[in-house]
Design a protein around this ligand. Structure first.
Ligand code: NAD
Length: 354
């Protein structure tokens, strides 16, 4: 076997455990954060207040209004508040939205980020930023936005609603699926991706179909799996699936995790014939002969959306989305042409079999 690859490992610290948010001040001390600005999701306001209290005078202020897709106007307002606070670092608590806003601040001010992720989206492990202006989401990679400290606190995910658990879990699985056929995958990312899918799929299955006795362990499993999936998102180049989610999310303001969950079986089925290793890994990790169908069956059991129509995307948007997705070339194991993409998106819009 002839192997040739480059594997980069950016330095960062990952803390994993229970009730860690209470110890956040001590953890940030270790990393020499002196004055920290706290950004959270509206639903995580109480946790943000607890963290601010724990930080005491080292808390420079904060806000709990992070929105999805990081609107440019919000970034401008947050930069003003951040500058006025005299902070030298940011603490983001919540899903990809507050972490995304913290990244937008870091991009402008070159300050370190500590992230306390409460979903399985994986942004905490990447150097990818995104900002939406006039319906167009611009993204890029910059090492200055990769959180230097990540605190995974299982307790913060304990009450995650079932539908968010499934859709956010599938967001993580989608990272791993595309990492498995990425042009820059390495032996290490392949192992992480496969183990990430195994853990997230097993955990979501338990949380959707199992009795409560297995839930605590499943939450731990899911968060470790999400870490692995986020790590491969940050280490490899994504393909068709992420391109489509990016186009649909930015153009039609669709919910991020639910868009990933709807599209995942369709892109998996589309790419499977050209991505044998990925298909084999997903068969092993799901234990199903047809992983796309298994994923879809679990979505239905969780009562999560299975079509773009349910996410309120207009059907007339399929054509423009295909145009946008085909406008710039990107890597994908199977050739993508406008007709095939139109067919895929139209079926996903209707929720037809993948
Ligand atoms: P989100 O952060 O918007 O959270 C979704 C909803 O879930 C919010 O209402 C939030 O308050 C709530 N929530 C969060 N954690 C919860 C919990 N534990 N229990 C109950 N409710 C909870 O959504 P997301 O899917 O985590 O992130 C989406 C955003 O992140 C998008 O803008 C996406 O583009 C971005 N993202 C970026 C990257 C990257 O690498 N740059 C990776 C993944 C996602």
């Amino acid at each position: 076997m002839r192997a040739e690859f480059v594997h980069r490992s950016p330095s960062r610290t990952v803390h994993f455990g229970h009730h860690l948010t209470a110890r956040v001040a001590q953890l940030l001390d270790e990393h020499r954060y002196r004055r920290t600005y706290v950004i959270a999701s509206p639903r995580l306001e109480r946790v943000a207040e607890d963290a601010a209290q724990a930080l005491g005078t080292r808390c420079a202020g904060g806000q709990s209004d992070a929105e999805m897709h990081v609107p440019a106007a919000t970034v401008a307002q947050t930069l003003e508040r951040f500058d006025a606070s005299g902070a030298d670092s940011v603490l983001a608590i919540g899903g990809g939205s507050p972490i995304g806003l913290a990244k937008a601040i870091a991009l402008e001010r070159n300050v370190p980020i500590a992230a306390v992720p409460t979903t399985y989206a994986g942004s905490e492990m990447t150097a990818i930023w995104g900002i939406t202006r006039e319906g167009v989401k611009r993204t890029g990679r910059d090492e200055s936005v990769r959180p230097s400290t990540v605190v995974y606190d299982v307790e913060l995910t304990a009450d995650m609603p079932l539908v968010l658990t499934l859709t956010s879990g599938y967001n993580a699985i989608a990272h791993a699926m595309e990492a498995l056929y990425a042009p820059d995958s390495t032996p290490l990312t392949n192992v992480q991706a496969e183990e990430g899918v195994r853990r997230v799929y097993r955990a979501v299955t338990t949380l959707v179909t199992g009795d409560e006795s297995g839930h605590a362990e499943a939450r731990t499993d899911a968060l470790i799996g999400a870490w692995f999936c986020g790590a491969v998102l940050g280490a490899t180049t994504m393909s068709l699936h992420h391109k489509l989610c990016h186009v649909l999310g930015g153009t039609f303001d669709l919910p991020h995790a639910a868009t990933h969950a709807v599209l995942l079986p369709y892109v998996l089925a589309f790419n499977a014939p050209a991505a044998g290793d990925m298909s084999a890994a997903l068969r092993r990790t799901t234990g199903a002969e047809d992983p796309a169908q298994a994923l879809r069956d679990l979505t239905m059991k969780a009562g999560a959306p299975t079509s773009l129509r349910e996410l309120h995307m207009p059907r007339t948007g399929v054509g423009p989305a295909v145009e946008q997705a085909c406008a710039a070339p990107y890597d994908n194991p199977r050739d993508v042409n406008p007709e095939a993409l139109h067919d895929l998106l139209d079926r996903a819009w209707r929720g037809a079999p993948q």
